[in-house]
Design a protein around this ligand. Structure first.
Ligand code: BGC
Length: 254
């Protein structure tokens, strides 16, 4: 079965039809990407989502990720996006712009997490699993026996008096010109803090850096939980968005 997934990020808005067969969980076609407009207002971004969906002449349900807290299709926070998003009924807005196609919106890290749990590094893993996406911000997805607890926002925990994502995200590494060693040390302190709170069995580390796990994972010590890089990497958000749209469709049919 194919469903369309779109991933809204700070630099790009990308999407593709996703093949959700149990042994696939991958893009059915090469993804289409447009640059995120600046400022990334709801109206401008909605236009980009429409462009990505139209590129494939897609006519069915659409799942969309957003880098903020999303409850019932409503955007509640937008730490690294245009603040005009806060309070927007994003699922309704996008559905209108897409001529009534059903749209499901969820947090970007939650989307990446459900994709990793179904098809990637978390497949078959019970217990407490925490996926962390290290990028412009830090996103989190918490699972207990495979079930997601949405919108955990662990990137905004306080670390040494600062918002954690301003110390341990990839953007923080770039902004402060940190070596891999120094950055890995910060990531370690962050993981220790999250471990103290949740005692997870497994950490899955996603975001662009999951492509270079050898640069920093071996430098991380003193964390009891197993730590593995994400497997789906760049496409996890798109796949997870499509999964969420499929689940919403199934729930409606009941
Ligand atoms: C946002 C999260 C998001 C993460 C990654 C954070 O700043 O608050 O909702 O998942 O960035 O994009």
């Amino acid at each position: 079965m194919q469903i369309f997934g779109v991933d809204i990020g700070g630099s790009g808005i990308k999407g593709a039809p996703v093949d959700l067969d149990p042994d696939r969980g991958d893009l059915a076609h090469e993804r289409h990407k447009v640059l995120t407009p600046q400022p990334a207002t709801p109206d401008e971004v909605a236009g980009c989502v429409v462009e990505v969906v139209r590129h494939f002449d897609w006519d069915g349900p659409v799942g969309v990720t957003f880098p903020g807290v999303v409850t019932g299709g409503l955007i509640r926070t937008a730490a690294n996006m245009d603040k005009g998003w806060v309070g927007v009924e994003a699922a309704d807005l996008l559905s209108q712009r897409l001529d009534g196609r059903p749209v499901t919106v969820l947090n970007d890290a939650d989307a990446a997490g459900i994709a990793e749990m179904a098809y990637g590094a978390g497949k078959g893993r019970d217990g407490t699993v925490i996926m962390l996406t290290l990028g412009t911000g830090i996103g989190s997805a918490l699972f207990r026996d495979g079930r997601l607890v949405p919108n955990t926002e662990l990137g905004h925990l306080e670390l040494k008096g600062h918002d954690a994502e301003t110390r341990a995200s990839v953007k923080a590494k770039e902004d402060h010109e940190l070596t891999w060693e120094r950055w890995a040390h910060r990531v370690q302190k962050y993981l220790e803090h999250v471990e103290m709170l949740f005692s997870p069995d497994l950490f899955i580390i996603g975001g662009g850096v999951s492509r270079k796990p050898e640069k920093f994972l071996p430098l991380i010590e003193d964390v009891r939980a197993e730590i593995v890089p994400a497997k789906l990497q760049n496409n996890a958000g798109i796949v997870g968005a499509a999964m969420a749209a499929k689940a919403a469709k199934a729930a409606k049919g009941r």
